[in-house]
Ligand binder design. Structure first.
Ligand SMILES: NC(=O)c1ccc[n+]([C@@H]2O[C@H](COP(=O)([O-])OP(=O)(O)OC[C@H]3O[C@@H](n4cnc5c(N)ncnc54)[C@H](OP(=O)(O)O)[C@@H]3O)[C@@H](O)[C@H]2O)c1
Length: 339
């Protein structure tokens, strides 16, 4: 039997349940391609799944939603032209016809379907996009899930305009760092929060206007003063939620938009409904994105020649160390893995 190396999650609960092992080479059906993964990347989703904190977990499974590589095989002879192409993988499967929200059949590559933390992965042909020529394999692998989520949150849901003041929470995160890069390229004035001073300094170097540490006592006071000095915040991009979420309602200017796509810090403890309606705030949820969003995201990166921020590159066999870095929350940008 032909085999390959892969990271298999054998059971939920802890990092010890991840095993780097030989598994059967993936089969390919009509309409699909086998991609030799040259680089993959982690998302918080993978870590939620390892902990058992995700809906409808199915194990054993090969995790991983982000990947870039080369097409080595196709299911149908008429698709032979794809073989040899350098590609990035779009991880939204079966989104459906409605651009406003995904269908009930929607899945994300990397559970329940086997994902990219492997030497090879099978994906629908419609989910492969040409790799941007100016990016390395590692940079390309850093793009898919985070870039897509950030693009939809900023532009499709958040309707970001040039010169808007945008606040991005938890800037060290993979999605947040990609959102920062895109917002800066779009000509926005970008403010960030982080629990780490050194991450704020890195964001300042990247071009943000202001950063505030949410562990500081006077965090909210400083952020409010800075927001006022820029004429108020037009758009907040949040994936933290938690007890700080309620404060976003006080921070945003009247008529502003808050887009949320995550709850890293849990559900909000309070929610001031009166503030929301009185200030005419738009509160918008967002998840991943459509095929069109993915194409637009890649085009945006290409147009602005943005290189995704890579935190660290690990070998696939060292996957536990890579997850540990995410668990400790010390990353700035994407954590990449190479077979
Ligand atoms: N709905 C969707 O489609 C979608 C897509 C992608 C991600 N998500 C969700 O979005 C979140 C981020 O994902 P990711 O892959 O970017 O994760 P990640 O790389 O692990 O980043 C998580 C970041 O959260 C920040 N954080 C932690 N506690 C915080 C708090 N109390 N306040 C503000 N920020 C805090 C930290 O930033 P600092 O170190 O700078 O403080 C950390 O770096 C996760 O919850 C994930 O499940 C949802």
């Amino acid at each position: 039997m032909k085999t390959m190396k892969a990271v298999v999650l054998r059971d939920i609960g802890s990092l010890e349940k991840l095993s780097y092992e030989d598994v059967a080479f993936p089969i390919v059906k009509s309409g699909e391609a086998v991609v030799r993964v040259k680089a993959a990347a982690l998302n918080h989703r993978d870590w939620w799944i390892v902990q058992g904190l995700y809906a409808k977990i199915k194990v054993p499974v090969i995790l991983g939603s982000d990947g870039a590589g080369e097409v080595v095989n196709v299911g149908d002879p008429k698709d032979e032209g794809f073989v040899g192409k350098q590609v990035v993988i779009h991880p939204s499967l079966s989104w459906g016809d409605n651009s406003r929200a995904q269908s009930k059949d929607f899945r994300i590559l990397g559970m329940p379907d086997n994902g990219t933390l492997a030497e090879y992965v099978t994906v629908p042909l419609s989910n492969i996009f040409e790799k941007p020529e100016y990016l390395t394999d590692e940079e390309s692998a850093a793009l898919p899930l985070g870039g897509l989520t950030a693009y939809r949150a900023l532009f499709v849901q958040g309707k970001l305009q040039e010169k808007d003041v945008v606040l991005i929470t938890g800037i060290g995160g993979g999605v947040a760092s990609l959102a920062m890069q895109m917002a800066l390229a779009a000509g926005a004035i970008v403010m960030v929060t982080s629990g780490h001073e050194e991450k704020i300094q890195r964001a300042v170097k990247a071009g943000i206007a202001f950063g505030s540490n949410y562990n500081d006592e006077d965090f909210f006071k400083k952020l409010t003063a800075a927001a006022e000095s820029y004429g108020g915040i037009d758009l907040i991009i949040d994936s933290a939620g938690g007890k700080g979420f309620g404060d976003l309602m006080a921070l945003i200017k009247p008529g502003g938009r808050i887009v949320n796509f995550g709850a890293t810090a849990g559900n909000p403890e309070s929610f001031d409904l009166r503030k929301m309606f009185w200030k005419q705030i738009t509160l918008q949820g967002s998840t991943m994105g459509t095929h069109e969003d993915f194409g637009n995201m890649i085009a945006f990166f290409r147009l602005h020649r943005i290189k995704p921020l890579i935190d660290k590159v690990f070998l696939l066999k060292d996957v536990v160390n890579a997850f540990q870095r995410m668990k400790d929350g010390i990353q700035f940008g994407k954590i990449v893995l190479k077979p």
